[in-house]
Design a binder for this molecule. Structure first.
Ligand SMILES: Cc1cc2nc3c(=O)[nH]c(=O)nc-3n(C[C@H](O)[C@H](O)[C@H](O)COP(=O)(O)OP(=O)(O)OC[C@H]3O[C@@H](n4cnc5c(N)ncnc54)[C@H](O)[C@@H]3O)c2cc1C
Length: 329
């Protein structure tokens, strides 16, 4: 059986691992202490925050087929949020996502990271293992940050964000320059935990003309049992300009802007924290080559291939695996 190393345990890496596990011996390497990447959930008991991906849509056949058993088993539920659009602090549109004419929006239950945890069951995932170097000596060798050697891989697939993938894979990789050119944008998440609910008249909001882009009542998503929480995302522009700024100042500003938009002072919240995502999202695109280099026995995929979304991350992995199966397995 071929031996394949997959770098990254976000939706893309875990999808590739699951689709390949009956054909090859798979090892997944993850630098973080748990799986899920940008679909992570922050635990700050008694508060919980989905501080990366907020929800996802399912528009393509393979992804719809993939989520159906998870919907059937309750791991994924439809989020019938009361949705609004803000233009600065004015509400310009209201919708009920639960209405029949609205596209379904899905979330993991009771948290976003449950989906990755579910996918990681029965896989060999090496956590806390950042891969820093690849070397080809007959087969692929991977070296971790702790200088541990993982040896004997026929294939390596990187699902790290585009720039990290370009740094990791050798420059001889057929698609190296193309991947290096894929720009990703930053985002700063603000997490607020309250002892008392705020009684807002919406659960989810997109925001324009503000340093914020998104606000959700995290605790109102399906299956959340903890106390009241708000999850706010900055705009990309604000994040790009403030990645190196003083964190207390950023926290203060995002709290101020949240209070201004929703018309309710959030400065008294019991829990306040920010998280900066260097590579949150990327420019939307619906087509891209499958990054599969048969000669070098290297592949790469991730949301940055197709639209910077959960479904894009899944689809990019699905397309790569189809190509590998058709060509070599
Ligand atoms: C703030 C924010 C909000 C978002 N909102 C939405 C949304 O509402 N809807 C939606 O559909 N999508 C949303 N997204 C995008 C969505 O989260 C991503 O598209 C998707 O989770 C990407 O999955 P992935 O597997 O491609 O990458 P990732 O989830 O980033 O997985 C890559 C993994 O590789 C690991 N890794 C990287 N380098 C190494 C290394 N050298 N060694 C070992 N491991 C490594 C990382 O730790 C990570 O776990 C959002 C993202 C962010 C950050």
């Amino acid at each position: 059986m071929a031996k394949i190393a997959i770098i990254g345990s976000g939706i893309s890496g875990l999808t590739a691992a699951n689709l390949l596990k009956d054909y090859a011996d798979i090892t997944v390497f993850e630098k973080a202490q748990s799986v899920s990447g940008r679909m992570s959930t922050r635990r700050a008991e008694p508060y919980f925050f989905d501080y990366g991906a907020q929800y996802f849509t399912a528009r393509t056949g393979p992804f719809k087929k993939f989520i159906q058993p998870l919907v059937n088993s309750g791991v994924i539920e439809r989020w019938n949020a009361r949705y609004v659009k803000f233009d600065s602090d004015k509400i310009t549109e209201r919708k009920a996502w639960g209405d029949a004419d609205n596209e379904p929006r899905y979330v993991g239950v009771p948290s976003m990271n449950i989906i990755a945890k579910h996918l990681a069951m029965n896989l060999d995932v090496k956590l806390n293992t950042r891969i820093v170097t690849l070397r080809h000596v007959g087969k692929w060798q991977l070296f971790s940050e702790q200088s541990l050697l993982y040896d004997g891989f026929d294939w390596v697939i990187s699902t790290a964000p585009s720039h990290q993938t370009a740094d990791l894979l050798p420059i001889e990789f057929q698609y190296h320059n193309e991947i290096k050119d894929v720009q990703m944008q930053a985002c700063i998440s603000l997490m607020l935990g309250f002892s008392e609910p705020l009684h807002l008249e919406f659960d989810a909001a997109h925001i324009t003309n503000s340093d914020l882009s998104w606000l959700a009542v995290n605790s109102n998503k399906p299956g959340r049992s903890g106390p009241y929480t708000l999850l706010v995302h900055s705009s990309e522009k604000y994040a790009e300009e403030h990645l190196d700024a003083d964190r207390d100042e950023v926290l203060k500003h995002l709290c101020y802007e949240t209070s201004r938009i929703i018309g309710c002072d959030v400065s008294g919240s019991e829990y306040k924290m920010i998280h900066s995502w260097l590579y949150a999202n990327n420019v939307d695109r619906t087509k891209c080559p499958v990054f599969f280099d048969q000669g070098m026995q290297l592949g790469a995929c991730g949301d940055w291939c197709l639209g910077g979304r959960v479904e894009g991350a899944y689809t990019a992995a699905y397309n790569l695996v189809e190509k590998i199966k058709e060509s070599v397995l």
